[in-house]
Design a protein around this ligand. Structure first.
Ligand code: NAP
Length: 280
């Protein structure tokens, strides 16, 4: 935790990075709480990650967020990894300790679960089968957090089946892998559908999926937030589903990071949501 009387710097490290909305989030809370601090973008090339991360303590920084493509590469540079960071195999947040040591965290799963609860306060992970599409970096944090939250049956489907098979080893009793071609059948009886693929992002085609088999009571969750309303989210809302986009995950993962750096647990208020929405 930072000394409240000392000016502190934090930021987000990645490449490319200037599209990141994290500075809007943290600088909003810095203003709300009158913290003597600032949060910026740090464009860091892959071959400079080690130098940049080692510089955090030397510069007296509070820490930083780590995003693509550095989330895995920065891990071995940590002096300590939280159990969650170890399980996910990637970090998204570094906290510089008073003695200069670096602690690596992964708050993506926390942000994900919190975003579901924000949208549907009575949501329960054990309400029924959860169908998850995609088995990339984000899927791992999502699956671990859903299992921790009590999920008892996860159907996992990925275009490249081997990656899904690998992820299923997290908890083979809970995670059942199906072929990508079975994705429509895998919607039958599901309590929740999660898209962790990049299909539907602004620069990608829509996810090839129709929702006919999905019970109308199912919660639909898309990790994408650019655009805010993917074709999947749009189609789900048209069928009457509660549909959650990825913005809440982004906002909520920032809460524990800010608290670790500055010692204050911030709130995602309406003003912050408005600032973020104004950027779309
Ligand atoms: P990633 O590691 O590159 O994984 C991409 C996933 O998309 C893989 O499962 C990949 O399948 C699948 N995919 C790609 N092209 C496909 C296609 N044509 N048809 C079907 N599946 C396809 O990416 P990631 O880091 O996991 O991120 C995934 C998404 O989550 C992105 O849209 C990202 O913006 C979003 N995300 C959001 C947040 C948030 O805070 N809201 C945080 C992290 C990520 P293969 O294995 O077959 O290639």
């Amino acid at each position: 935790m930072a000394d409240r009387n000392q000016f502190k710097l934090a930021g987000v490290m990645g490449m490319p990075i200037f599209q990141s909305r994290s500075p809007i989030i943290h600088n909003h809370w810095i203003g709300v709480h009158g913290v003597k601090a600032a949060y910026g973008h740090f464009p860091v090339q892959i071959d400079r990650v080690e130098a940049a991360v080692r510089g955090l303590a030397a510069l007296g920084m509070a820490g930083c967020n780590i995003t693509l493509p550095h989330k895995v590469k920065a891990m071995p540079l940590m002096d300590h990894l939280t159990p969650m960071a170890q399980r996910v195999g990637a970090i998204n947040c570094i906290v510089v300790q008073a003695d200069g040591s670096l602690h690596g965290h992964n708050n993506d799963g926390y942000g994900y679960i919190q975003s579901l609860k924000d949208e549907k306060p009575d949501w329960h992970a054990d309400a029924g089968p959860i169908t998850i599409l995609g088995a990339g970096g984000a899927a791992r944090a999502v699956i671990i957090s859903l299992i921790d939250a009590g999920a008892r049956e996860i159907r996992l489907l990925n275009r490249t089946r081997e990656k899904a098979d690998q992820l299923a080893s997290i908890h083979p009793q809970v995670v059942q892998v199906l072929d990508w071609s079975q994705r429509h059948a895998a919607l039958a009886g599901a309590a929740m559908l999660v898209n962790t693929t990049n299909q539907g992002m602004y620069d990608q085609p829509p996810l090839e999926l129709h929702l006919d088999e999905l019970p109308r009571t199912a919660l639909v969750s898309d990790l994408i937030y650019v655009p805010l309303e993917t074709p999947l989210v749009k189609a789900a809302k048209a069928r009457g589903h509660v549909a959650v986009n990825g913005l809440g995950m982004l906002l909520n993962q920032a809460v524990p990071a800010f608290e670790a750096w500055f010692g204050i647990k911030p709130v995602i208020d309406a003003a912050l949501r408005q600032k973020i929405l104004a950027t779309f």
